[in-house]
Design a protein around this ligand. Structure first.
Ligand code: ADP
Length: 472
């Protein structure tokens, strides 16, 4: 069942319950009021009639002119009768036209006991409200007065009311249901449009398309805006993915072509001199290594993209930095580059929450770059220091630096500034470094002056030393 039908049905059902309750209440209150009026009028009339009766010489004396307002007796629905103590009619109103009012068994007895009786009796299919009361003179019973009121007009009025209530409730429900249906359609039309547009985008696989956003910022407007934001993110992720795959294939193709070329070359000439053969094999080995590095880097980034998080535990920073320093020294050994370690401002016992292997990898990426992009007799400084609530690890070099226009891009995957293309590299190092840094909730920044050098800083949140609990 569609939302529109459900909304309309709910709306109509709630309205129906409300209208029926209202109708029942109006009907019940009106019925009670009408019957209360009838009761009051027959009581009053009986009272007035009783006052007009005189009693002389042990007989009821009925004056020719009764002091009850004539108009009341003229009313065709009012019947009055005066009875003597035996229950014999001694006077009847003209409206009775000679006949008697009905007398239920026991009514006179109850009136005789001093209790006026109010009852509804049905005679010849006519409902009659009947009031019977004793007439007392100086406390002595001299007769009875009976006043009846025909209920036909009230019954007709109530029946008409029932019909009107029913008809008006049905009309109101039909009108409200129709109106609700139109309203629900108008309210839900933008949602229909959004779902059609979303479907069209999905079918056409056009992530660059956007939904029309209504000007009003109501729920529908927000839905369209949220959907468009999601499309923005999807498109960005999709494009990044496409770029990544294209870049990765491109990067892998170069070493593969070199390897294939060399293998072909070795195969073609079996009498090739040994020196040339070794050179070709060295090329193959270099390219295979480069491919291995590339594949490792891609694997790390793919895991990061899949949302894999590092498992961290408390790690002491000084030994980790010292180990990186020794590895960097080994890397720099074939060159004239000096690697320096400065640890004097690092808090003794400084610890961070880290994945030790990955953190070492991050520092090694920075140190490797600092050696790779340095001038031949340059200097690399590895500094660790504590500042406030963080430990900073700084890698600075005296190399070619990075031009300001390239600086915003160096953390992108496969990005290599034009000047560094001659160096061996994959363009994945800093992208991996940034992921490791983010996983450690660290802040990595870079400052660089072309031809002077670059400084990479990683600010790691310090892990507070666990206070020693004194043993008493
Ligand atoms: P790779 O070093 O394998 O090319 P990276 O992601 O580590 O890839 O670095 C990306 C680019 O950033 C490098 O190609 C280089 O242009 C630039 N870069 C990184 N570190 C330095 C540095 N210390 N000095 C100068 N340029 C650097």
């Amino acid at each position: 069942m569609s939302l529109r039908v459900r909304l309309t049905l709910w709306f109509t059902a709630i309205l129906a319950v409300a209208l029926i309750l209202f109708g029942v209440l109006v009907y019940a209150l009106l019925t009670r009021e009408l019957y209360a009026d009838v009761d009051a009028s027959v009581e009053n009339k009986a009272h007035d009639a009783a006052l007009s009766v005189r009693y002389e010489n042990e007989r009821l004396f009925i004056p020719t002119r009764i002091r009850v307002p004539e108009s009341q007796f003229r009313s065709p629905t009012i019947y009055t009768e005066i009875l003597d103590t035996n229950g014999q009619a001694v006077w009847r109103s003209d409206t009775l036209q000679g006949s008697d009012l009905p007398l239920e068994p026991g009514t006179l007895q109850r009136a005789h006991d001093g209790e006026p009786v109010l009852e509804t009796v049905v005679q010849a299919g006519q409902a009659l409200r009947l009031y019977t009361a004793p007439i007392l003179v100086s406390g002595r019973l001299i007769g009875y007065v009976q006043v009846g009121r025909n209920l036909a007009d009230i019954d007709v009025a109530l029946q008409q009311l029932r019909v009107w209530l029913l008809v008006s409730i049905v009309i109101a429900l039909v009108a409200a249901g129709g109106g609700g249906w139109l309203l629900a359609r108008a309210a839900l039309r933008p949602i229909d449009q959004i779902s059609q547009a979303a479907r069209a985008i999905g079918l056409a696989q056009r992530l660059d398309r956007r939904l029309p956003t209504p000007k009003i910022t109501d729920e529908i407007g927000r839905l369209a805006a949220t959907f468009n934001e999601m499309l923005d993110r999807l498109e960005a992720a999709f494009l990044a993915q496409q770029r990544f795959v294209a870049d990765a294939s491109h990067e892998l193709r170069t070493p593969l072509t070199t390897i294939q070329g060399n293998v072909e070359f070795l195969r073609r000439d079996p009498d090739m001199p040994l020196s040339e053969r070794i050179e070709a094999l060295d090329d193959v080995a270099d390219e295979a290594n480069r491919m291995a590095r590339l594949v490792n880097g891609l694997l790390a980034l793919a895991r990061a993209d899949a949302g894999r998080h590092l498992e961290r535990s408390p790690v002491e920073l000084r030994p980790l930095i010292e180990s990186c320093f020794h590895q960097a020294q080994a890397l720099a050994r074939p060159t004239n580059i000096t690697v320096e370690l400065v640890l004097n401002r690092l808090e003794p016992g400084a610890r961070v929450l880290a994945d030790a292997d990955r953190l070492s990898e991050l520092f090694m990426i920075l140190l490797d770059n600092a050696i790779k992009y340095n001038r031949p007799d340059g200097l690399v400084r590895l500094i660790a220091l504590t500042e406030g609530r963080s430990h900073r690890v700084i890698v600075s070099d005296t190399g070619c630096g990075i031009a300001p226009e390239h600086l915003p891009h160096i953390f992108e995957r496969f990005y290599r500034s034009p000047s560094s293309r001659s160096e061996d590299g994959t363009g994945l190092g800093l992208a991996i470094a940034r992921w490791i840094s983010n996983e450690h909730h660290a802040k990595m920044t870079v400052e660089s002056v072309p031809d002077v050098g670059s400084t990479f800083t990683v600010a790691l949140p310090a892990l507070q030393p666990t206070p020693l609990i004194p043993v008493s």
